[in-house]
Each structure stands twice: as structure tokens, then as C-alpha cells.
Design a protein around this ligand. Structure first.
Ligand SMILES: Nc1ncnc2c1ncn2[C@@H]1O[C@H](COP(=O)(O)OP(=O)(O)O)[C@@H](O)[C@H]1O
Ligand SMILES: [Mg+2]
Length: 260
């Protein structure tokens, strides 16, 4: 059964789009069939961040009834599927937000994980995305304004009977002024399931227009997103084991047999 996971926060600029793209990339790396949907009707940027700012058929075409869901799905070089939004203001007219539920239902036939990048705020766009969710991931930074908005997002999701998986703490610098994981858990009353450090590789990936998981696979941020993906799939990260196996193989501890 495919899972639709909506990435939301309340506050803007906390790392939702970065998290949606990189969680998608990490799940894809683990062999999962993933579709990342940009559910930002007014300010979409999944396509921009992945180097495809202007696609011929987008989320907007599906929501205005001009295209079918599968026609707005594109495959990234990595194999991850993506449904970008349109950046053209004229495409923002005649959006039928109520079509989004059906869009996600159909998307579930195209992939096993549907990762939805939600708009900031708790207005119409966020409601549209949350209402189509099976599960919700809350993205927040360890500071009070982001947490206040995250709390509102949790309440909204709960009022819609949605399962909140937990929080992802992003851009963590380990400074004294930042709230600690325990404070965040106490305040939000949900577990912090992943911590993504502040990492220049994320900005560098944005410049290159790809997921940090692809441009800097060994960076701290990429590692954080892989841990988040493995939490969601219940899988362990096998990379470290593979690294040890290949080291042992190279120094002759393991015979070079097929399968290694
Ligand atoms: N872990 C990180 N380290 C450094 N910069 C980050 C990190 N996560 C996000 N950013 C940057 O923060 C800004 C906002 O991130 P974005 O994902 O667009 O947030 P949102 O979608 O919530 O508005 C972007 O410039 C992004 O590159
Ligand atoms: Mg965003």
C-alpha cells in the first residue's frame, strides 16, 4: 500500500522543500519507488531546485483539469519521480484545490512513497496538502517562532485525524541559544525523529540544482536524510556495513566471491 507523507511546518523557510527533495532522493537510493509532489500552488520551487523550472505539464494543469495526474510526472536522472508546479502566474488561475485528494490517490498507483512538499502557512494550500495525507512529517528549526507555528500545524493535522509521525529538526548548529531536542519534544508532544545539521553542502546543491544527497552524498545533511529515510522504511543504513565489507575484502579478510 503506497504511503502519502506530507511535509509541513507552518513557518516558511525552515527546510520543507529541501527535506521533501532529499527524503525523496534518500528513499529512492534505498530502492523505493518515490514520487515527490510540489503542492505549493502559489510559490512552487521543487522544479526550480531540481533544475526543471518550467515543465510543459505541471501540478497546475492537473488541478485545473487540463491534464491527467500521470502526465505531470517526470523522472529525475536518479530515477526519483517528480511532479513540479508551474511558475507561470497565469497557470495559477482556476485552481480546483479539491482535486488534490484525487490527484494523490492516483499518484499512489505510480509510486510506493508519495512525498508532498506543502506550502508555508496554514491556509488553503496547506489544508489541501494535509487533507490528502496518510502521514505528516513536521519540519522545524530549533527556535521558538518555528516551534510555535509547528505546534499549530500539528493541531491542524490532528483536527483532520491525520497521523503525525514526528518532527525533523533542520539547520541545527548545536549552539547554546538553540532549543534542545528534549525541549522540542516536550513543547510539540511528538518525537524528534531526525536531526539535519546546518550544512553548506545544501546551499551548494541548490546552486548545482540537485538534491544534496546526489551532489554531496557523504555530507552531514545527506547522512541525516538517509537516516530519516531508513526510519521511515524501517531499514538500517547499509552503507557503513558495505564500506566495512569492501575494506575487509580489499585487505584480504574476505574472499572475493560473487555477492560482495
Ligand atoms: N540543513 C541545511 N543547511 C543549510 N541550509 C539549509 C538547510 N536546509 C535548508 N537550507 C536552506 O534554507 C533555505 C530554506 O529552505 P527551504 O527548504 O526552501 O525551506 P521551506 O521549503 O520550508 O521554505 C534554503 O535556502 C535552503 O537551501
Ligand atoms: Mg518550500
Amino acid at each position: 500500500m503506497a504511503r502519502a507523507i506530507v511535509i509541513t511546518s507552518g513557518k516558511g523557510g525552515v527546510g520543507k522543500t529541501t527535506s521533501a527533495i532529499n527524503l525523496g532522493a534518500a528513499l529512492n537510493k534505498f530502492g523505493e519507488d518515490v514520487l515527490v509532489i510540489d503542492a505549493n500552488v502559489t510559490t512552487p520551487n521543487v522544479g526550480i531546485n531540481l533544475g526543471a523550472p518550467n515543465v510543459p505539464v505541471s501540478l497546475h494543469h492537473v488541478l485545473s483539469g487540463k491534464a491527467k495526474t500521470h502526465e505531470a510526472v517526470y523522472e529525475h536522472d536518479s530515477g526519483m519521480k517528480v511532479m513540479p508546479g508551474s511558475i507561470s502566474p497565469q497557470h495559477m488561475k482556476n485552481m480546483k484545490y479539491e482535486k488534490f485528494d484525487e490527484l494523490v490517490k492516483q499518484a499512489k498507483r505510480l509510486a510506493d512513497f508519495i512525498i508532498v512538499d506543502c506550502a508555508a502557512g496554514l491556509g488553503r494550500e496547506a489544508n489541501m496538502a494535509i487533507s490528502a495525507a496518510d502521514e505528516i512529517l513536521i519540519i522545524t528549526q530549533p527556535e521558538i517562532a518555528a516551534l510555535t507555528d509547528a505546534l499549530k500545524a500539528i493541531k491542524l493535522a490532528e483536527s483532520m485525524d491525520k497521523k503525525v509521525l514526528g518532527a525533523v529538526l533542520t539547520r541545527v548548529r548545536n549552539k547554546k541559544y538553540e532549543l534542545k531536542k528534549e525541549n522540542v519534544e516536550e513543547m510539540l508532544d511528538i518525537p524528534v525523529i531526525s536531526i539535519i545539521p546546518e550544512d553548506d553542502s545544501v546551499q551548494e546543491a541548490l546552486r548545482i540544482k540537485d538534491a544534496v544527497l546526489h551532489t554531496h552524498p557523504r555530507s552531514k545533511a545527506a547522512k541525516g536524510y538517509k537516516e530519516l529515510a531508513s526510519y521511515l522504511t524501517g531499514e538500517r543504513i547499509k552503507e557503513k556495513e558495505n564500506w566495512v565489507i569492501s575494506l575487509l575484502k580489499n585487505i584480504g579478510f574476505i574472499k572475493k566471491t560473487e555477492g560482495f
